[in-house]
Design a protein around this ligand. Structure first.
Ligand code: ACO
Length: 329
């Protein structure tokens, strides 16, 4: 066991007040509550106000996590924000969050790994803590998906919601708690399955890109679905083997909230009962990098994840990327 453990000492989330229901979609799209519910498990998702953007959602979640950790915000050594829907292209959303918190001085940067981004961030944070570099790291997954969602595309727009989740990861010596395992993976050849074509250096914004709706998420849902079922199953099996864990040893799987059918299929196949898989997708939809920390905070609040529990996180998304983590809470 490492001398210093990277322990999750606080969690927080923020979900915007405005709610978009499946019935709301029926008013402007050729879809139905029944189709969306049976194909995805989603009923509602939260949507940011016009005057809110990613750093605002991230800041509210961060405040809640810092309060939960019981630390002074000035003791934060590093801020990492995982997002693909940043506040602005430049500077990083993490710098905006730092300004809002009023804690100039500490390091702050963003990472981009789409829906796997929160676990990528945990892996980075863990190295800084275990290596003895930092004592308290604020890690946030935050997305304003609605700004990049094409509400004329019924195959994708029904999936996404806005929100932010945050954790404080702190150094603790000789602890039996901590992030004990992370696995990061990617296959860049899969980028066409899920991407935003324009707005980057490859295809800068122009009248044409706007007219062609190229600033919105393009998704090949059926292909991602197959990839996600396979990867979720592989990730869980790998984490169990690498850490010598059985189904009984794992108290809760906190998966990326992508589609209830995907989770049911992968977890069911491996023998996990539904009460060992935390799902809030019906209320929040897919919030990409924010999905896992929002779910973790809700699970802790509801007493479904408790101190001392062993939890397994799994995620997959654009890139393609996929990742897992095992944590002793
Ligand atoms: N309402 C009604 N009908 C619809 C809708 C809708 N909202 N969307 C698509 N359809 C239609 C299609 O047009 C198609 O009709 P057709 O057979 O006449 O051509 C039919 O429903 C089936 O379409 P599919 O795309 O095959 O539907 P599927 O069962 O695969 O469900 C979904 C689509 C929900 C997107 C699914 O593929 C999925 O969950 N994919 C993976 C999740 C995903 O892509 N998440 C995005 C983020 S990625 C990530 O987080 C990893």
């Amino acid at each position: 066991m490492e001398k210093v453990q990277a322990v999750i000492t606080g969690t927080g989330r923020y979900l915007p007040e405005k709610i978009l229901t499946n019935h709301d979609f029926e008013k402007f799209l050729d879809t139905s509550d029944e189709w969306i519910t049976t194909r995805t498990g989603i009923k509602t998702r939260h949507i940011a106000d016009d005057n809110q953007a990613t750093a605002d959602l991230a800041y509210y979640a961060a405040e809640n996590a810092i309060k939960d950790a019981g630390i002074d915000k000035n003791d934060i050594d590093l801020i990492i924000v995982s997002t693909f829907t940043p506040h602005m292209p430049l500077p990083s959303t993490a710098c905006f969050v730092q300004e809002k918190l009023g804690i100039a001085g500490c390091g702050a940067f963003d990472i981009s790994a789409a829906c796997s981004g929160f676990i990528y961030g945990m892996s980075i944070a863990r190295q800084f803590i275990v290596g003895g570099i930092y004592k308290n790291i604020l890690l946030i997954g935050a997305e304003t998906m609605s700004r990049f969602t094409d509400y004329k595309d019924r195959g994708s727009c029904i999936l996404f919601g806005d929100g932010a989740g945050a954790i404080v990861i702190s150094a603790q010596e000789q602890s039996d708690k901590g992030i004990i395992y992370t696995k990061l993976a990617a296959d860049g050849s899969g980028w066409p399955l899920l991407h935003i074509p324009a707005g980057g250096s490859h295809r800068p914004a122009s009248v044409q890109t706007v007219e062609n709706r190229e600033h919105y998420i393009k998704l090949k849902g059926r292909e991602i679905y197959k990839f996600a079922v396979q990867k979720m199953q592989e990730l869980i099996e790998d984490a169990m083997v690498q850490n010598n864990l059985s189904v009984e040893d794992i108290d809760m799987i906190v998966p990326h909230q992508v589609n209830k059918r995907i989770t049911d299929s992968a977890c069911g196949h491996l023998g996990f009962p539904t009460e060992k898989v935390f799902l809030n997708i019906s209320q929040v939809g897919n919030t990409s990098a924010a999905s896992i920390p929002i779910a973790l905070d809700q699970a802790m609040e509801e007493g479904k994840v408790k101190q001392g529990d062993t939890i397994l996180m799994v995620a997959f998304g654009a890139g393609l990327t996929w990742a897992s983590a095992v944590i002793k809470m």
